[in-house]
Design a protein around this ligand. Structure first.
Ligand SMILES: Nc1nc2c(ncn2[C@@H]2O[C@H](COP(=O)(O)OP(=O)(O)O)[C@@H](O)[C@H]2O)c(=O)[nH]1
Ligand SMILES: [Mg+2]
Length: 357
């Protein structure tokens, strides 16, 4: 899973990137406005892996991973929103979800590109920029279709007519200032739009980057859906600490759970992801798959050969295995089942895929 961190200059994107990835990327009070991308992968915390390691000793633990991209350069002139092109558009479009950072911290030493701290306005500004950008993308595509649809085979013309109808629907939503993620689309329509780099189609997590002394309650009424409250600088400092010392600081500042964990959990919810596990002779591993995925789809997350050659899955749920203590006991009690390709994978399932190639 790839998450793009975007926001106005000086909103604290790099600070939050550091907090969420335990990185040490330099932050700067005067942004250059240049396109700049920092990338880091982090393990998805999941204490069930450590528990499984007690049942299956001397195996390597492999976490699922999230990749964060800290992307500078969007809305470097918020007074004059532009249309994104080339590398910046590609850098944003390459993510599965976007994290939009809005500054809420006050600091006279850090200039605000719009003069005054106002996170609600900044979120609106940035979201409008994503919409405008999608309008330009849809418009370009419609113009190109208008000239192309006279040509081609009947089948090609039919496909282009379908695409045109779909794009007109998207255009209507954008004109009403509705982001494309609110438009109901079929799987097939999503595929059709896959390569277009439509930014408002991506799941969006809004992040309020507050000062060290701010409290979440103060922002409660301004926090819309899919909004995460983070004290970026504080969280970045805690993320650099010796893990043994961190709990005391978290308690002192009333942070129930580090931002790193909370952000990932919110992204899983936003993207509708669940976790399943595999165990073999060498490793115990966690994987992410969309909720409602079938056993066959889950196999495809591991390897495309496993999806193609899928025969069946042996399934035991983490809770059952932990309660019974071993695979042998789970088998004896009938909790280790054989499931077919249509089985809906549950969060916490441990899967062994049988397949042939
Ligand atoms: N006081 C305060 N300063 C912050 C906070 N978050 C970021 N900053 C400062 O704001 C400036 C810009 O931060 P940076 O993360 O580089 O913003 P970016 O341009 O969005 O990547 C830096 O000087 C940071 O130290 C915060 O929560 N509180
Ligand atoms: Mg930065």
């Amino acid at each position: 899973m790839r998450i793009g961190i975007i926001g106005l200059p000086n909103s604290g994107k790099t600070t939050i990137f550091n907090a969420l990835t335990r990185s040490h990327t330099r932050t700067q009070a005067f942004s250059s406005g240049q396109i700049e991308v920092h990338t880091a992968a982090v393990n998805v915390p999941d204490s069930r892996l450590e528990r499984l390691a007690q049942i299956f000793p001397s195996r390597r633990i492999v976490h699922a991973q999230v990749v964060y991209n800290d992307i500078a350069g969007l809305a470097s002139r918020p007074d004059r929103p532009g249309t994104l092109r080339g590398p910046l558009l590609n850098a944003i479009a390459a993510n599965d979800a976007l994290m939009l950072v809005a500054r809420a911290f006050q600091d006279p030493h850090v200039p605000h590109p719009l003069g005054r701290v106002d996170p609600a306005r900044d979120l609106a500004t940035m979201e409008a920029e994503l919409l405008l950008n999608d309008m330009a993308t849809v418009e370009n595509r419609l113009e190109r279709l208008a000239t192309q649809k006279m040509r081609g085979t009947p089948l090609e013309r039919q496909r282009m007519a379908q695409e045109e109808a779909l794009l007109k629907r998207l255009w209507a939503a954008l004109e009403e200032e509705r982001p494309l993620r609110e438009v109901t689309l079929t799987e097939e329509e999503r595929k059709m739009l896959g390569g277009f780099g439509l930014l408002s189609l991506k799941p969006l997590l809004r992040v309020i980057n507050a000062g060290d002394e701010d409290r979440e309650e103060e922002f409660a009424e301004r926090m819309g859906p899919n909004t995460l409250f983070l004290r970026g600088r504080l969280e970045a400092e805690i993320a650099q600490m010796d893990p043994a010392e961190a709990p005391e600081f978290l308690a002192e500042f009333g942070i129930p759970e580090p931002g790193l964990d909370r952000a990932i959990r919110r992204c899983y919810e936003l993207l509708g992801l669940i976790t399943f596990f595999t165990v073999n002779e060498e490793e115990i591993r966690a994987w992410a798959v969309r909720r409602e995925a079938t056993a066959r789809e889950a196999a495809g997350v591991i390897h495309s050969d496993m999806e193609r050659g899928f025969i069946r899955a042996e399934v035991v749920h983490f809770d059952d295995l932990v309660a019974l203590g071993s695979m042998a006991e789970a088998r004896r009690q009938g909790r280790l089942r054989l499931e077919g390709k249509e089985y809906r994978v549950q969060d916490g399932d441990i899967l062994t895929i049988r397949f042939n190639v």
